[in-house]
Design a protein around this ligand. Sequence first.
Ligand SMILES: [Ca+2]
Length: 347
Amino acid sequence: MDIIDKILCSDSPTQRQPRPLDSIDSGIRATPLNRYGESGSPSRAHLGHPETKMALLWTTTLLLVFLAGCCCWASSTDGDPEVTECELTTGRTLTVIKSAGFPARYGSNVDCKYTVRRRSRSVCSVTFLFNVMDLEQSPNCTKDYLLLSGEKMCGSKPIGFSRTISFADDDQVTMSFHSDNETRGLGYMVTVVQQDCPLPTCDFTSDQLEFVMSSPNYPLPYDNGRTCTYTVQKAHPLVCRLLMKVVAFDVEEDPHCGSDFLIVGGDRLCGVMTEGQILDISFLNTTLTMEFHSDHVTTRDGFQFNVHQELCDISSFSPEYTSEISATSVAETTTDVSVNNSTPLTE
Ligand SMILES: [Ca+2]
């Protein structure tokens, strides 16, 4: 999905507000998911069954690839990324390189060189996505060819053919084109996208009786496209419940928690919860796993919980702690968090 992220004009790694293209992404998914608009004022957290909407996203991937080229050009603020120059050096996030005269046939005895300079240290690689590649075919590509980071390519490639190349010490990647005196083919149109370095893992494990559990970057907004697994190991064999007290909880609102969500005890959590609410989770196996997922648009400030592993053996039951929990947390949890157990995510 990295390519799609980039093509959706994401110049900054953390994107809190949707840009115009977000509406394209939302629109495609809007029918089954019916997401609240930005003007809505969600005040309740939602719970729902885990479902995968990745399948939906993938069905739109190919469409987005085509849309992105056009739309990014339209919304770009620093000029036209589309170039037909034969000698080019670019440090842009997105550049579209076309053979001279494209889509008319390319000329004979042409030599072009394209240099992609690393935009910043936060960029690690560059993807060349071939919208069109149609060159003269020859054994070992001795006639017409593209030479991309040492790989010689000729003939025709299917739409969507791509190569991702990591930036080396010289912070640049080159592609060159050569045609001999006898040519045939439409040439090439290549979308070149610089890719951010992968984020460090956000997985978390604790075996402590008391611990703090937060979303990535907290208290700063979480990033788009994160999946974090939180693994809790029993601190004591008599632990039977996990009490999670909300310090803060603000995760992108969605009626079925289909965008960003935390899966706790088999249910999805999203939206807003007030400080002090306590989630009371059954903890019977030796480990309990939770998962946070953020989609590719719209982030929020995320969450932090003070987590307590509760001992439940009758003989060691603590009356004071029990009464505190039943008086405040459970009641608040039932009133403020809606449980959508019966609502399927997709129809
Ligand atoms: Ca999101």
